[in-house]
Design a protein around this ligand. Structure first.
Ligand code: SAH
Ligand code: SF4
Ligand code: F3S
Length: 440
């Protein structure tokens, strides 16, 4: 038998790319590839890229440049670009970087084995179609290998919201939900392989409306089906849009014990003028009322968010409205970005904010968010939380896991194993994690 070929995948961007990379590795596994951690001994390199901000997209070209020497030493090495940059700039990549053999958009990964075979014959291959077929169904045959305790599972892809700054509707296409039976089958399979926590993924995961036995299902209905899967202990989902936060999902946060008290609910800005210009179709007030309703259902829920500062036409007053909203909501964690002009999006055509002003706003916002994050983390001290252990700590006898609220927790003198879920009392709060002790 010939030695297996080696595949190196580098993943940028969001969790959906992490999930896609796993599935691509599995698909190429069927073609005799095994994964390697280093590009140096690879027979194929795949970059799974992100187009969300300018810096993310630029990284692809600088990374590709670095593979020049490798390819000179090993002419059989094949280099592929996947993901959202592939979708947005596929032909340009081929033109700008002759090293690239293969370009595959996010909706065509099931065609990867075929494309790889073509590339092996020396052909350049590009596929950025949005085919009708379910790529994940065609990508099946996930191997039965044992896995760690947590996994991502994509249930919905694409976006129809067209926020004025965002490339996702163009790179991932229209909103599509996977049928519930396929998701449940995949979830059971993951659990058999050792998974205890599943994070359901979608660019607009709460817009999920996949086919079920009695018509389309909501995300909450899907969560209740997953709740019945024995051995699955925790369910999470991300990313949600405020306008798709339906009543049954809010209610599930109060009543479904496996659904974790953590919600990533991006608002982007606190000024109604800016929200309107962003095409978010909600106001600051309606978002705050929504958070109140969610907290009424689950008072201890940790709220996470995304923010953009320096969106075109944002004034200092608009920015202050974002700071006010943050003060009101109090975030347990948050991601904030300086607006990045994306070609082809409506906001790219508008009057841009002075970059120095945007930098200054970003700093002020991040200082406030960091302070809130710290306060929320510190408030965990003295509380009892569930912790799912994911790995051994650096100290002997120590284990590390995530709390229900997604904080990293270190437990000393811990006789539990990876994959065990334990009750833990939090005893102290450090810069990036909590320390706790087992209860009972
Ligand atoms: N579908 C999700 C996430 C989309 S991308 C949602 O709607 O919330 C993740 C985050 O990147 C966004 O929430 C936004 O804060 C940020 N982002 C998207 N486009 C951006 C741009 N052009 N410049 C800066 N940040 C951007
Ligand atoms: Fe982008 Fe808006 Fe869709 Fe989120 S909801 S993916 S920010 S267009
Ligand atoms: Fe990036 Fe595409 Fe995800 S642009 S954030 S990898 S959907």
């Amino acid at each position: 038998m010939s030695a297996p070929k080696k595949l190196f995948i580098k993943t940028y961007g969001c969790q959906m790319n992490v999930y896609d990379s796993e599935r691509m590795a599995e698909a190429l596994g069927g073609e005799g590839y095994v994964e390697t951690k280093s590009p140096d001994d690879a027979d194929m390199i795949l970059l799974n890229t992100c187009h969300i901000r300018e810096k993310a997209a630029e990284k692809v070209y600088s990374e590709l440049g670095r593979f020049k020497g490798l390819k000179a030493d090993k002419p059989d090495l094949k280099i592929g670009v996947a993901g959202c940059v592939a979708q947005a700039e596929g032909e340009e990549i081929m033109r700008r970087q002759p090293l690239v053999d293969l370009v595959v958009g996010p909706q065509s990964y099931h065609r990867l084995p075929e494309m790889e075979a073509k590339a092996r014959t020396g052909e350049k291959v590009l596929d950025t179609d949005f085919p009708e077929e379910d790529k994940f169904e065609k990508l099946k045959n996930r191997p039965k290998a044992k896995r760690g305790p947590t996994a991502f599972l994509t249930v919905q892809e694409g976006c129809d919201k067209f926020c004025a700054f965002c490339v996702v509707p163009y790179t991932r296409g229209a909103e599509v939900s996977r049928p519930a039976d396929r998701i449940l089958r995949e979830a059971r399979d993951l659990v058999e392989r050792g998974v205890r926590e599943i994070t359901l993924l979608g660019q607009n995961v709460n817009a999920y409306h996949g086919a079920g036995p009695n018509g389309d299902m909501t995300l909450a209905q899907l969560i209740w089906e997953l709740d019945k899967v024995d051995g699955l202990e925790r369910i999470r989902f991300t990313t949600s849009h405020p306008n798709d936060m339906q009543d049954d999902l809010i209610e599930a946060h109060g009543t479904c014990a496996k659904l974790m008290p953590y919600l990533h609910l991006p608002v982007q800005a606190g000024s109604d003028k800016i929200l309107k210009r962003m095409n978010r179709a909600h106001t600051a007030e309606s978002y705050i009322r929504l958070i109140e309703r969610i907290r009424a259902a689950r008072p201890d829920i940790l709220i996470s968010g995304d923010f953009i500062v320096g969106f075109p036409e944002e004034t200092e007053e608009d920015f202050q409205a974002t700071m006010d909203l943050v003060e009101e909501v109090k975030y347990g964690t948050a991601y904030s970005f300086k607006y990045s002009t994306r070609p082809g999006t409506p906001a790219a055509e508008r009057a841009q904010v002075d970059p120095a002003a945007a930098d200054d706003r970003l700093q002020r916002l991040q200082a406030l968010l960091t302070q809130q994050q710290r306060e929320v983390q510190d408030s965990m001290v003295g509380r009892e939380v569930g912790v799912l252990f994911e790995k051994a700590g650096r100290l002997p006898g120590q284990m590390v896991g995530k709390s229900d609220y997604l904080h990293a927790v270190h437990v000393a003198d811990c006789d539990r194993n990876i994959g065990d879920l334990a009750r833990v009392r939090i005893v102290s709060s450090g810069p990036n994690s909590l320390a706790g002790e087992l209860i009972g």
